[in-house]
Design a protein around this ligand. Structure first.
Ligand SMILES: Cc1cc2nc3c(=O)[nH]c(=O)nc-3n(C[C@H](O)[C@H](O)[C@H](O)COP(=O)(O)OP(=O)(O)OC[C@H]3O[C@@H](n4cnc5c(N)ncnc54)[C@H](O)[C@@H]3O)c2cc1C
Length: 394
């Protein structure tokens, strides 16, 4: 399917080709077009397949700010489930810490402050992005269509957002470090009793972290990390047997009543591509990095790539940044945030996914300090929500 937008950009517009119309590529294409670039967006999947995934993303404040700046926040409002309390539980130690909206550091920007984070389902997000892409002047959308990787004549920048297997990254000769976790991840939506509708949970179990994310009313998205072969056995269970296994994993207070979709288990890995640019190609989203789902950092990190790309693209379009410097500036501004998030998520998994007697006192102390000092909760929330390179001091 080939669709073109109604109006053409100014003749002198810079040209970008974006590979991949997942949540990162679609947002990057929109951001570039709104910065005055002429953009082509390619994906081999048709629109129906792009919409189809049964997933929910935990959005942080950095993502909220980007969506606001692209005027997508208001149209997404009806689909956002805010959580105002995040309960961190170490199930081996039987200790808890609660993060509340009041723990967020004061914000000088105009970003929303009424929640610790928001849960957004994949379908309404992609439906809005595709609708905006179709009506965006200066943007040509090529879905269910394949283009060979690389930059044809006249294209000033190639944005590779074609996922973690990325043919585009391979064609640019960019190296890729891949380390699979022994843990996999199972996602499923359930109806749950025992939690407030605006409360999220991160349960640290010896087998792996387990996130319980509110979707509105009493529906919740579960992101359950544990050894992959075991999750694959769970995935194959009948609904009643699956709910029994789930009850055994959740704290007593939480009771799963009904499955709302089919449980799906998938492998989890730590991936990092280096360098983040080469020969006019910049890597964004999961093409550049992939982390463990603990702490719901993945898509937010992807979208911080887009936010930086948008700033630089807008400067280049305004003649305030020489085009040849854009890819290198992008890589220089992104590597630290990516490295810190990959390291932090990896460290969290290593520290909490066990019953090691030597680590239990460290965990006990960390949770005790978090519970005692509000400035420490504020700093941790800021690192999770704004990114470790944009820490806001309480
Ligand atoms: C099975 C699974 C379940 C997940 N569940 C959750 C979850 O519950 N919550 C959560 O927050 N995160 C989840 N994630 C992670 C989340 O999906 C990613 O963070 C997010 O999809 C990253 O978006 P992206 O656009 O960078 O990459 P992708 O979503 O992978 O998009 C890549 C796009 O590139 C396209 N493409 C591939 N080859 C080419 C080519 N040659 N040319 C052009 N385009 C191409 C693909 O068709 C695809 O549309 C999950 C990931 C997986 C794999």
């Amino acid at each position: 399917m080939r669709r073109s937008a109604p109006a053409a950009p100014a003749a002198a517009a810079l040209r970008a080709r974006v590979y991949g119309a997942g949540p990162t590529g679609a947002l990057a294409a929109l951001a570039l077009a709104r910065s005055g670039w002429a953009v082509e967006l390619w994906d081999p999947l048709p629109a129906a397949a792009l919409l189809e995934r049964s997933r929910a993303y935990a959005l942080t404040h950095s993502s909220a700010e980007l969506l606001q700046s692209l005027k997508l926040w208001q149209p997404l409002q009806p689909h956002l489930a805010p959580f105002r309390r995040l309960e961190l539980c170490d199930q081996a130690l039987q200790r808890r810490v609660a993060f509340r909206v009041g723990d967020l550091p004061r914000r000088s920007s105009a970003g929303p402050v009424d929640a610790v984070g928001w849960i957004l389902q994949h379908r309404p997000l992609m439906a809005l992005l595709l609708q905006e892409l179709e009506s965006q002047p200066g943007l040509r959308l090529h879905l269910a269509d394949a283009a060979g990787p690389g930059a044809p004549e006249g294209v000033n920048l190639v944005v590779a957002a074609d996922g973690h297997h990325s043919p585009c990254r391979r064609a640019a000769g960019i190296r890729h470090w891949h380390r699979p976790y022994r843990q996999g991840c199972l996602t499923v939506q359930v109806r749950l009793r025992g939690s407030q509708p605006d409360q999220a949970w991160e349960l640290f179990r010896p087998e792996g972290p387990f996130a319980v994310l509110p979707l509105g009313d009493d529906a919740f998205q579960l992101v359950w990390s544990a050894p992959l072969p075991w999750l694959q056995q769970l995935e194959a269970l009948e609904p009643a047997a699956f709910l029994d296994a789930l009850s055994a994993a959740l704290p007593e207070q939480l009771q799963a009543e009904v499955l709302l979709d089919r449980p799906r288990a998938f492998p989890v890995a730590l991936d990092w591509a280096w360098p983040l640019q080469r020969k006019g190609v910049v890597l964004v989203g999961e093409t550049a990095h992939r982390s463990h789902p603990v702490g719901g950092q993945g898509l937010n990190l992807c979208w911080r790539d887009v936010a930086v790309l948008q700033q630089l693209a807008s400067r280049a379009a305004g003649g305030r940044l020489p085009l040849r410097l854009l890819p290198r500036r992008y890589a220089a501004r992104r590597w630290l945030d990516i490295a810190l998030v990959l390291l932090a998520t990896d460290a969290l998994v290593r520290l909490f996914s066990n019953r090691q007697p030597l680590l239990l006192p460290v965990r006990w102390l960390a949770l005790a300090l978090l519970g005692r000092f509000s400035w420490l909760r504020a700093l941790s929330l800021s690192a999770m929500s704004d990114g470790p390179c944009r820490l806001r001091w309480p």
